[in-house]
Design a protein around this ligand. Structure first.
Ligand code: ADP
Length: 463
C-alpha cells in the first residue's frame, strides 16, 4: 500500500514551495527542483528567500507562548498529520532526495518519533528565544523535524532553513506543522542556499543555532555566531564522520557481510553514520573480500521508488563528480578492487570497494557508496583503534567479533558517539538509543536523547 501511495497519485504531481513567513513575503527567485534519479524531470518549483525576507522573518519571530501542555498537544497533532500524509511524504523523499522506499518509511517513522518524544519534554522553563535550524538534504524530513520540534517543545520561535536540494519536503512538513496549530510567528520556513543560512546565523535577533551538515560549514557558522550573536548563544552541531568497522576472524562472515553492505551502500552511502573504512583481520581477508564483492554484485541500483532497489542516486551532479574524482584517483593507483554497473542517466554512482593502507589514507569523508578496506594483524588491533581515533572524528564505529573481552576492550578505547556490535552500523532509536558524535563529529547532546531539549532552554549563564 505504501508503494502505491508513493507512486500512483504523485506520478505527475508537481509541488510548489515558497518561504512560509509570519508576514506577506515577496516571491524571490523561483527555480525548478530536480529529481536526482531523473534529472530531466522536475519535482516542482521553489521560490527562494532573499536576505530581506530573512531579516523581516527575524523581526516577525515571537517565541511560542502557549503553555507546555498545549505545545505538546500541537506537536502530537503534527505527528498524526505526518502519519496521515505518509504517502505524499514517501513520494517527496523518493523524488526529491532519491531515497529508496525502505529508507523513506524509516525516515517518516523517525520524524514522527522525534515529534512525539520532544512533545513529552515540553516544560515551563524559559526558551532561548529565536532559534535558527539549519538542516541537510540527506535526512530532509527527519533531521529537519528533529531540530525544530525540540526547539518548539522548549517554546522557541524557529527559523528553519532546509538544504537547497530538498526544500519541497521541508515546505510540506512546515505546512503540516502550521495546520496542527504551530503559529506562523513561532515557525517560519526560509528556503535557500548557504547565503540564506549565513544571513540567518549572523542576525543578532537569533539566540541559538541548531545545525546538521559538514564540519566545514559548522566551523563557519560557529565563527559567525561568535562575531554577531550574544555571548554564550547555544550551538548544537551534528557534522561528518569518518566511520570504521573492525571484523576479526571470529566474526560470523554472513552476518558481517550483510551489515557491511547495508552500512556502506544503503542511502547510496549518504549518511553521516555510514561505514567508510573497513578493517578485516588478515587471516580471513582473501575469502572475506570474495564474499563481499559477491554481495556487491547482487546489489540493485536504480529508481528509488521501486521496492527492489538497494541503491538509489546520489543527490546531484556535483556530488557525483566529487565521488567520481576520488574513485578515478584510486583507479589510477590500481586500488579499486570492485565496482558495479549503474544506469546511464540520473546521478548514479557505482558501489565501489577501494583498497587502502588504513583510515589515515582517507583525507576526507567521501559522501557516497564507496567503501575502503584495509587488513590488520591479530596482535595489532590497538594500532587500528589508535589510527581511527587519530582522525579526530568520532561518530559511529562497528565491531564484528565473538570475543567478549574484545567488545569491552575496543568499545572503551574507541572514541565514537555510537558503537554497533555484530549488526549494521545504521540508525538510532529516538528515546532509547540517541544519536550523536564526538570531536569533529559534533557538539552533543545526542539527538533523541533526554538532554537534547534542554539545550534549547535558557540557562542562568545566558540570561
Ligand atoms: P552538505 O555537505 O550536507 O551539503 P553543508 O554544510 O554544505 O553540507 O550544508 C548543510 C546546510 O548548511 C545546508 O542547509 C546549507 O545550505 C547550509 N549552509 C551552507 N553554508 C552555510 C553558511 N555559510 N551558513 C549557514 N548555513 C550554511
Amino acid at each position: 500500500k505504501a508503494i502505491e501511495e508513493a507512486r500512483a497519485p504523485f506520478e505527475r504531481h508537481q509541488w510548489i514551495g515558497a518561504p512560509l513567513t509570519a508576514f506577506e513575503a515577496p516571491l524571490g527567485d523561483t527555480q525548478p527542483v530536480p529529481n536526482p534519479a531523473r534529472p530531466l524531470d522536475t519535482v516542482g518549483q521553489i521560490s527562494w528567500a532573499t536576505p530581506d525576507t530573512v531579516a523581516a522573518a527575524c523581526d516577525a519571530a515571537a517565541p511560542w507562548d502557549a503553555d507546555p501542555a498545549t505545545r505538546a498537544k500541537i506537536l502530537e497533532k503534527a505527528a498524526d498529520l505526518y502519519e496521515e500524509n505518509y504517502g505524499e511524504l514517501f513520494a517527496l523523499l523518493a523524488r526529491e532526495a532519491g531515497k529508496s522506499l525502505l529508507d523513506a518509511i524509516a525516515e517518516v517513522r523517525e520524524a514522527v518519533d522525534f515529534l512525539r518524544y520532544y512533545a513529552k519534554r515540553a516544560e515551563g522553563e524559559p526558551p532561548v528565544g529565536v532559534f535558527a535550524c539549519i538542516s541537510p538534504w540527506n535526512f530532509p524530513l527527519a533531521i529537519f523535524t528533529g531540530q525544530l520540534s525540540a526547539a518548539l517543545a522548549a517554546g522557541n520561535a524557529v527559523l528553519a532553513k532546509p538544504a537547497e536540494q530538498t526544500p519541497l519536503i521541508a515546505h510540506r512538513a512546515a505546512e503540516l506543522l502550521h495546520e496542527a496549530g504551530v503559529p506562523k510567528t513561532a515557525l517560519q520556513l526560509l528556503p535557500g542556499a548557504g547565503d540564506v543560512g549565513a544571513a540567518l546565523t549572523s542576525n543578532p535577533k537569533v539566540g541559538g543555532v541548531a545545525f546538521t551538515g559538514s564540519t566545514d560549514t559548522a566551523q563557519i557558522i560557529h565563527k559567525s555566531m561568535a562575531k554577531n550573536l550574544a555571548p554564550g548563544a547555544p550551538f548544537i552541531a551534528e557534522t561528518g564522520g569518518l566511520n570504521a568497522m573492525i571484523v576479526d576472524s571470529t566474526a560470523l562472515p554472513e552476518q558481517a557481510i550483510v551489515a557491511i553492505v547495508e552500512s556502506a551502500f544503503q542511502s547510496a552511502g549518504q549518511r553521516c553514520s555510514a561505514l567508510r573504512c573497513l578493517y578485516v583481520q588478515e587471516d580471513i581477508a582473501p575469502h572475506f573480500i570474495k564474499m563481499l564483492t559477491g554481495a556487491m554484485d547482487a546489489l540493485q541500483i536504480g529508481r528509488p521508488w521501486e521496492i527492489t532497489t538497494d541503491v538509489g542516486p546520489v543527490i546531484d551532479a556535483e556530488a557525483k563528480a566529487g565521488i567520481a574524482a576520488h574513485v578515478d584517483a584510486a583507479e589510477e593507483e590500481g586500488r579499486v578492487i570492485k565496482t558495479t554497473p549503474t544506469p546511464d542517466s540520473g546521478h548514479f554512482v557505482a558501489p565501489t570497494l577501494i583498497k587502502v593502507g588504513g583510515i589515515e589514507d582517507l583525507e576526507r569523508e567521501i559522501f557516497g557508496p564507496v567503501l575502503h578496506i584495509a587488513t590488520f594483524k591479530a596482535d595489532k588491533i590497538d594500532k587500528v583503534i589508535d589510527a581511527i581515533n587519530a582522525t579526530g572524528y568520532g561518530l559511529t564505529f562497528g565491531l564484528q567479533t565473538r570475543i567478549d573481552d574484545r567488545v569491552q576492550h575496543v568499545s572503551t578505547r574507541i572514541h565514537a558517539g555510537n558503537i554497533y556490535v555484530n549488526r549494521n552500523q545504521i540508525g538510532a532509536i529516538v528515546g532509547s538509543q540517541p544519536f550523536g558524535g564526538e570531536g569533529l563529529s559534533g557538539t552533543g547532546p545526542k539527538a533523541g536523547g533526554p538532554d537534547y531539549v534542554n539545550r534549547f532552554r535558557r540557562h542562568e549563564a545566558q540570561s
